[in-house]
Ligand binder design. Structure first.
Ligand code: SF4
Length: 424
């Protein structure tokens, strides 16, 4: 065999394609999540196991000091450099428990590093009883333009069962206070398949909230597991059983119909908003990056997905020692990113074929033909020319649909992906 030197390779790749410089230097539209994992009382359905994080003023003081240090350290590490923050979400827990001084100092610190006024949405999660005129005015003056409240039901019997703070009348007062004082983008969390509840109860509750003209409604099915107080109360016969999960499709059907008849857009699997009231946090946390700040907050940034340590004392102590409180994460390969994209797609109701190809360089069918075909056959998804979307059955069993793609990772993806990527 004859060998010839036809020119040295000093760079890779030896070829270039046309590219727009804007795409190279553009900052990524992203979201910030600030976690305040404390509540005054634990709701009976809470899945967050917050019983160790009961709110006290002393704990707030220590935690906020750590949170602010966390922001300074993130900035020193360059975390805010390549992002264009579109959404800031204060979640938890009950972040609206933060005192005026704490909240102001958190916002002042954020303002040092990002252009908060350029964010499309700044949202505060609140209990209905933590809302009053003075608080709404303060939130507004600090740049908040959205409030999310957990109502769950308009029936006080269920509110007592769920051990949520406040009753329906408290919610109405809080809702009107937001509206009358300049924050008219309000989300209300509602919950169905409560113990003893039937579809007509749910219809009544949801219709009452819709009739108020609430601009954004999030709808969840009650998940009972050993972490919940309510789980044991149902097991011990204090409250009746939930309807079977086979009723889920019926609840979804009623929910989708009632909301679409009232002109709500179905934005994510559990979110419905009137035009212009979409939850932008979810939009950017899927397509962009998320910087999670606070104990237990998750971030997706610069090809990494990672969590801040969740134990409060450890979180505070690491920051006291000027350590960034991150211990676990993963540097995502193209393969991890693709599985993540597919696993999350049911949450966003559909997946765009062209978008997948431009993101990953290959058509979706090259990797997931078998799973997509199986899901179509089982009636969980349907295919259109440029997208796959969840059917009603797919919505009711979205976790199952997600898991199909997660299983690929665990079983055979290595082999399948190695064909396309230099990855072991
Ligand atoms: S307000 Fe939310 S986080 Fe706090 S206890 Fe209730 S469900 Fe859990």
């Amino acid at each position: 065999m004859e060998f010839k030197n036809i020119g040295a390779i000093h760079n890779y790749p030896p070829y270039m394609k046309s590219i727009n410089p804007i795409n190279i230097f553009q900052k990524v539209p992203s979201a910030i999540f600030i976690n305040f994992p404390f509540c005054k009382k634990i709701c009976a359905f809470c899945a967050f196991n917050l019983d160790f994080n009961i709110y006290t003023e002393e704990m707030e003081e220590r935690y906020v000091k750590a949170l602010i240090k966390n922001m300074h350290l993130l900035n020193e590490s360059g975390a805010f450099e390549s992002v264009d923050i579109k959404s800031i979400y204060f979640g938890g827990g009950t972040p609206n428990l933060l005192s005026d001084e704490s909240l102001t100092s958190i916002i002042d610190t954020l303002n040092l590093y990002i252009n908060l006024s350029a964010a499309e949405q700044v949202c505060m999660e609140a209990t209905t009883v933590s809302i009053n005129k003075k608080r709404v005015e303060l939130l507004r003056s600090l740049g908040f333009n959205r409030i999310s409240m957990g109502l769950q039901s308009t029936d006080d019997y269920y509110l007592k069962m769920l051990k949520v703070q406040g009753n329906y009348s408290d919610f109405l007062t809080a809702y009107n206070t937001c509206m009358d004082n300049g924050i008219n983008n309000v989300n209300v969390d509602m919950m169905y398949r409560l113990p003893g509840q039937e579809v007509y109860h749910w219809e009544k509750s949801l219709s009452e909230v819709i009739s108020l003209g609430v601009p954004h409604i999030s709808v969840y099915s009650l998940l009972l597991n050993k972490e919940n107080i309510l789980y044991n109360q149902v097991r011990n016969g204090i409250y009746p059983e939930q309807q079977s999960e086979y009723e889920e499709v019926k609840y979804k059907e009623v929910t989708n119909e009632l909301l679409s008849d009232s002109l709500y857009l179905h934005n994510t699997i559990d979110e419905f908003g009137l035009v212009g009231y979409e939850n932008v946090y979810n939009k950017y946390s899927w397509t962009g990056e998320t910087i999670g700040i606070g104990a237990g907050a998750t971030s997706v940034s610069r090809n990494y997905v990672y969590d801040s340590v969740s134990a409060i004392d450890e979180y505070i102590s690491m920051l006291d020692n000027s350590e960034i409180p991150i211990k676990h994460g993963l540097k995502m390969t193209p393969y991890n990113k693709m599985i993540r994209h597919m696993t999350l797609f049911p949450y966003y109701l559909n997946i765009d074929k062209t978008g997948f190809t431009s993101e990953f360089g290959y058509p979706i069918s090259a990797f997931f033909e078998k799973e997509l075909y199986g899901l179509i056959q089982e009636g969980f998804i349907k295919e259109l020319e440029n997208q796959y979307y969840l059917t009603l059955k797919g919505e009711a069993y979205a976790p199952y649909v997600s898991r199909c793609f997660l299983d690929v990772e665990q079983k055979e993806a290595h082999e399948r992906m190695k064909f396309f990527f230099d990855y072991n």
